[in-house]
Design a protein around this ligand. Structure first.
Ligand SMILES: Cc1cc2nc3c(=O)[nH]c(=O)nc-3n(C[C@H](O)[C@H](O)[C@H](O)COP(=O)(O)OP(=O)(O)OC[C@H]3O[C@@H](n4cnc5c(N)ncnc54)[C@H](O)[C@@H]3O)c2cc1C
Ligand code: SF4
Ligand code: SF4
Length: 561
C-alpha cells in the first residue's frame, strides 16, 4: 500500500490511518447499560436514573412519561413510599443520597397541574377483557399495564371510589385527597372500565369471572384487622386502628378519649397515633416490641412505619414505648383501665427471629383504651376455596395462583410487607404475565449488573447539598394540612443535576475527548445502544483509558476472543 515504515522515527504525514492499531488490542471497550442501585431498589420497579436524566436535561414531561410507564401514581408514591431507592443511592456514600421521592412527587404534581396526557391509546373493541377485583394501587397498576398492552381491563370495586387503602385509611395530611383524586381520575379516564359497588362474594363469584373474562387479577388487599386478645382477654368496646382511621376519614371524628395505648409499630399504628393527637387526645402511647429506626438499629428490630412518619409523630407528642409488649390487660369489669408492659425484643434463634419477654421488667401504664394495630388479613368472603385456613393468597413468581391457572393475585392480599409501590409492582408483574398468557409475547429486557460506587469515577462530580422541601412546623399542623411540602422547580432541577447517572451514559464527552487514538466517534443521532458514541475498533488499542475515565461506569473492558 505504499506506506513507508520508519522504525525509531515518525510516520509520514497522512499515513496514520493506514496503521490499523486495533490489531494490537487484547481487551475491547464496550458499552454496558448497568442497573443503577436506585433502579434495583425501587419497590415499584421504576428506573429513576432514566427519568431523572430527562429531568436534568430540562424535559420534565418526557421524564414523567418514562416514570409512569412503570408507576402510574407518582404524585401518590412520591408522598407515601418509604423510598428504599434513596438508601441504595450511590450518592449517599459521597455526600447525601438524591431526593428521589421528592423528584417523583414533583413530576407527579407537575402532570396534575399541567394535565399531561398518560401515554397510551385505547385498546380495540375486540381486545381481550381481563377482570381485576379491587381498585387499590395493585388493581389500578394492573389495569394501566394491561391497557398499555392493548388489553381491556375491567375493574370491579366494592366501594364507590377507587384508591384502596390510600383513600380509606392514609390520612390526608400525608396524602391530600385532591392529589389522589386527581391522579386516579386522570388514570381511569385513559380507557379503564371501572364498576363500583361490585363486591366479590356478594355480587359475583370467582367462577363467574373465570367464565366471562380472559384472565382475573385479585387485588382485594387486606380489609380485616387481625383479631386481638391478651391471654384470651378481649375488652368491651374495642376499636381496631384501621377501623378508627376509616371512621375518622369518613366522619371526621373519633371518640373523646384522654389517654390511650396503641399496640403496633407499623403504618396503621403511627397514623392512628397522629390522628388521635390531632383529635385532641392528651396522652397517646404507642407500644411496640420494635425500635425507632436509626443507623445503629438492626433492620429486623426497626419499626415498620417510615422513619419520617415516626419522627413527625414524636414531634407531635406521640409517646413511643420501644421494646415493650403488653403482658396483661388491666380490666375493671370488661373495660380497660391500664396495661401491664414488659420489656421485649426479637432475638435470633438459628435462622429464625423470636420475640423474647424479659421477666422482672414489668411496668403499668394507665389508659382507658387499647387500640390494636397489629396487622390486617384478607377478608375471606368469595375467596374461601383459595384461602383455606390461610390469612393470605399464595402466588408464584409470576403472580399466578396455581400453575396453568388464569387466576392471578397481588398487592397486600399476598404474604409480605405491603407498600403502595410494592402493590404497583405486583399489578405490573401480573399484567405482564397475563399478556404472555394471551399470546402477547414481550421481549425480556436484559438487565446488566448493579453499578456500585466502585464502578464510578467520582473525581468528575462536585459536592452539592441535597435539596429538601420544607416541613410544616408542629404548631401549624392542623386537620388535613399537608405536613411535607414539595420541591420548587429550581430545586428539582438542581436535585436532578446531582444524579451520578450510575451505569448509564451521561453524554459528558470524556471518552471522546480523552481517547489517545481518536477511536471514540461521536454520533449525531443515538447509536444502537442509545448513547452518542461508537468505538472505532480498527484503531482502538484497548488501552482502557475511556473505561477508567468514564464517570458513570458505562464502559467495560472485555477480553478479545
Ligand atoms: C393505615 C395505613 C397506612 C399505610 N401507609 C402506607 C404508607 O405510608 N406507604 C406505603 O407505601 N404503604 C402504606 N400502607 C400500605 C398500603 O396502603 C398498601 O400496601 C396498599 O394500599 C396495598 O394495595 P392493594 O391494592 O393491594 O390493596 P388495597 O389498597 O387494600 O385495595 C384493595 C381494594 O380492593 C377492594 N376490595 C376488597 N375486597 C373486595 C371485594 N371482595 N370485592 C371487590 N373489591 C374489593 C377494596 O375496597 C380496595 O379498594 C398503609 C396501610 C395502612 C393500613
Ligand atoms: S416508588 Fe418508592 S422506591 Fe420507587 S423511586 Fe419512588 S420513592 Fe423510590
Ligand atoms: S446517583 Fe442517580 S442513578 Fe445513581 S443511585 Fe443515585 S439516583 Fe440512582
Amino acid at each position: 500500500m505504499g506506506v513507508i515504515v520508519t522504525p525509531g522515527g515518525f510516520a509520514l504525514p497522512g499515513t496514520a490511518t493506514a496503521f490499523k492499531t486495533g490489531t494490537w488490542r487484547i481487551e475491547r471497550p464496550t458499552h454496558v447499560h448497568g442497573v443503577a442501585p436506585c433502579h434495583g431498589a425501587c419497590l415499584a420497579g421504576e428506573d429513576p436514573q432514566a427519568w431523572i436524566d430527562r429531568l436534568a436535561r430540562g424535559d420534565a414531561e418526557e421524564a414523567w412519561r418514562i416514570l409512569v410507564a412503570a408507576n402510574p401514581l407518582p404524585a401518590s408514591t412520591g408522598r407515601v413510599c418509604p423510598h428504599p431507592c434513596e438508601s441504595a443511592c450511590n450518592r449517599g456514600g459521597y455526600d447525601q443520597a438524591l431526593n428521589i421521592h421528592g423528584l417523583e412527587r414533583f413530576l407527579g404534581d407537575a402532570a396534575l397541574a399541567r394535565d399531561w396526557a398518560y401515554p397510551v391509546t385505547s385498546p380495540p373493541p375486540d381486545a381481550p377483557r381481563v377482570a381485576i377485583v379491587g381498585a387499590g394501587p395493585a388493581g389500578l397498576s394492573c389495569a394501566w399495564q394491561l391497557l398499555r398492552r392493548g388489553i381491556q381491563p375491567v375493574l370491579l370495586e366494592a366501594l364507590n371510589q377507587a384508591g384502596g387503602i390510600p383513600r380509606t385509611a392514609i390520612p390526608p395530611y400525608r396524602l391530600p385527597r385532591a392529589v389522589l383524586d386527581g391522579e386516579i381520575t386522570r388514570l381511569l379516564a385513559t380507557g379503564i372500565e371501572c364498576r363500583f359497588h361490585e363486591r366479590l362474594g356478594r355480587d359475583f363469584s370467582l367462577e363467574e369471572l373465570e367464565a366471562e373474562y380472559a384472565a382475573v387479577f385479585l387485588a382485594v388487599g387486606t380489609q380485616k384487622s387481625r383479631p386481638f386478645s391478651v391471654e384470651g382477654a378481649v375488652p368491651r368496646d374495642l376499636h381496631y386502628g384501621l377501623d378508627l382511621l376509616r371512621h375518622w376519614l369518613a366522619e371526621g371524628a373519633v371518640p373523646a378519649w384522654d389517654e390511650v395505648a396503641i399496640i403496633g409499630g407499623g403504618n396503621t399504628a403511627v397514623d392512628v397515633a397522629r390522628i388521635l393527637r390531632r383529635a385532641g387526645v392528651r396522652a397517646v402511647h404507642l407500644i411496640t416490641h420494635e425500635r425507632i429506626p436509626a443507623r445503629d438499629v438492626p433492620e429486623h428490630e426497626r419499626m415498620r412505619a417510615a422513619p419520617d412518619e415516626i419522627a413527625q409523630a414524636v414531634e407531635e407528642g406521640v409517646i413511643i414505648h420501644e421494646n415493650r409488649m403488653v403482658r396483661r390487660l388491666i380490666l375493671r369489669g370488661e373495660r380497660v383501665v391500664g396495661v401491664e408492659l414488659v420489656h421485649a425484643r426479637k432475638l435470633r434463634e438459628g435462622e429464625r427471629l423470636r420475640l423474647h419477654a424479659f421477666e422482672g421488667t414489668e411496668s403499668v401504664l394507665k389508659v382507658e383504651q387499647v387500640i390494636p394495630a397489629i396487622g390486617q388479613v384478607v377478608d375471606e368472603a368469595g375467596l374461601e376455596k383459595l384461602l383455606g385456613q390461610r390469612e393470605f393468597l399464595r402466588i408464584d413468581e409470576e403472580g399466578r395462583l396455581a400453575a396453568g391457572s388464569r387466576l392471578f393475585a397481588g398487592g397486600d392480599c399476598r404474604p409480605g410487607l405491603g407498600t403502595v409501590a410494592g402493590a404497583i409492582a405486583d399489578g405490573a408483574r401480573a399484567a405482564a404475565a397475563i399478556a404472555r398468557l394471551l399470546g402477547r409475547a414481550e421481549a425480556a429486557s436484559a438487565r446488566g449488573p448493579v453499578v456500585g460506587p466502585s464502578r464510578l469515577n467520582l473525581h468528575y462530580f462536585d459536592h452539592a447539598p441535597r435539596q429538601e422541601a420544607s416541613v410544616v412546623p408542629v404548631a401549624q399542623r392542623h386537620g388535613d394540612r399537608e405536613v411535607q411540602e414539595g420541591l420548587e422547580a429550581a430545586a428539582a432541577a438542581a436535585e436532578a443535576a446531582r444524579c451520578f447517572s450510575c451505569g448509564n451514559c451521561m453524554a459528558c464527552d470524556n471518552c471522546f475527548t480523552l481517547c489517545p487514538d481518536n477511536a471514540v466517534l461521536k454520533t449525531v443521532t443515538p447509536a444502537a445502544d442509545g448513547s452518542h458514541y461508537v468505538f472505532d475498533y480498527d484503531y482502538c488499542k484497548g488501552c482502557g483509558l475511556c473505561a477508567h475515565e468514564c464517570p458513570v461506569g458505562y464502559i467495560t473492558m472485555v477480553a478479545e476472543e
